[in-house]
Write a protein that binds this ligand. Structure first.
Ligand code: SF4
Length: 366
């Protein structure tokens, strides 16, 4: 089937039909894996919200006036960072999510702060933090915007896995009034290049779609196929996030009709039909609260990183669920909620995806 036929086929499928097909796919897993939903106990180090782009749905960017929650961060203070890391250890977190705006070092303020801390550049700054984390048996997962091949290569041995959302390759979003009008870093060729480079470097990788930002069903299906194609070539994608845009005060983008839960369910199910059991389908549990059962029935495998104490910096109005509560929900459905590491088991087993520096730490953790 080509993409066009695929889109028509998926359009014709009812949610009920997708659920049936998803069940057949899950049944192909070993018995002990069929009723398992995973998550990673993590915490976030929001390193800088200075960003070269300005996506109109973004709350995180330093240009967005914050009415509540966290303020702007040029470069996260060392003492604050250490306090957060100690707290993470007390909660027994295994993953440290390092996030920042895209190319924050293109701003003079950030550059100056890096100099004050005797860091050669932003990548060295990240490497220093990762080294500190790894020494404490915390596994870094960096998602810090577009990086060059060399930057990705430099960071590989310091990260258990890395990530970059594809979001959407729709060029409509770059037109006047589109959400990516002022976001050169969101150009599809740049995102694809980054994801492919991570593949060439054999970095276990997370990507995904952001839904409800002006894209169509066709765009969504095409983008899922695109991710599949990249994965077929490099084999490095461990999970695909299906994330919905949620409005919050302060952001410019405020669609009249936000994406419906039915559309979200449908695309999660379609993702499962496309990726089968090769790549995990992930939804952020704080954005689909109340519909966990439906998403599990649509083949969702993973609830991503859940923090016991840091906020969702992208959606600070949507608090993380308690792991115990999520556990109960899964139990009621006959599923088991199981903690995983930021690098999936199948990649830990492959030395080319899991360098010695990371393997050593994983052995200490487990
Ligand atoms: S969504 Fe990401 S790239 Fe876009 S403005 Fe926000 S931080 Fe920058």
């Amino acid at each position: 089937m080509n993409n066009r036929e695929d889109i028509e086929y998926f359009k014709s499928l009812s949610i009920k039909k997708i659920k049936e097909k998803v069940k057949e796919i899950k049944a192909q897993l070993p018995k002990e894996e069929q009723n398992v939903i995973t998550y990673s106990k993590n915490f976030t180090l929001s390193l800088s919200n200075y960003c070269q782009n300005f996506c109109s749905y973004c709350f995180y960017n330093y240009k967005v006036p914050k009415v509540s929650g966290e303020g702007n961060v040029i470069l996260l203070d060392n003492d604050q960072m250490k306090t957060l890391i100690q707290k993470a250890l007390s909660y027994n977190c295994k993953e440290a999510l390092l996030m920042s705006g895209e190319r924050p070092y293109s701003f003079e303020e950030v550059q100056k702060e890096l100099e004050n801390r005797n860091c050669i550049d932003f990548i060295e700054f990240i490497k220093d933090i990762c080294t500190y984390l790894l020494d404490l048996n915390l596994l870094p997962h960096s998602n810090i915007g577009l990086l060059s091949y060399e930057e990705l290569r430099d960071l590989k041995n310091y990260n258990a896995s890395m990530g970059l959302m594809l979001e959407s390759t729709s060029m409509e979003l770059f037109k006047k009034g589109g959400v990516h009008e002022f976001s050169p870093g969101k150009l599809p060729e740049k995102r694809i290049r980054h994801i492919e480079d991570a593949g060439k470097l054999k970095i276990p990788f997370t990507t995904g779609l952001l839904l409800g930002i002006g894209e169509t069903l066709e765009n969504r299906v095409n983008d899922l196929h695109l991710i599949k194609k990249i994965h077929e070539k490099y084999g490095h994608i461990q999970e695909v996030i299906i994330q919905n845009f949620v409005y919050k005060d302060g952001v410019q983008y405020h669609p009249e009709n936000p994406i419906s839960i039915e559309d979200m369910l449908k695309i999660a199910g379609i993702a499962k039909l496309i990726f089968k059991n090769e790549i995990a389908i992930q939804v952020p549990p704080n954005l689909i609260s109340g519909f966990e059962k439906d998403f599990i029935e649509m083949g969702v495998d993973d609830f991503g990183g859940i923090s016991p104490f840091t906020i969702d910096y992208i959606n600070p109005n949507m608090s993380w669920p308690q792991i115990d509560d999520l556990n109960q929900i899964c139990k009621r459905l006959g599923f088991v909620l199981k903690e995983r590491l930021p690098i999936y088991d199948k990649f830990i087993k492959k030395s080319e995806f899991c360098p010695v520096s990371i393997k050593k730490r994983i052995e200490s953790i487990i």
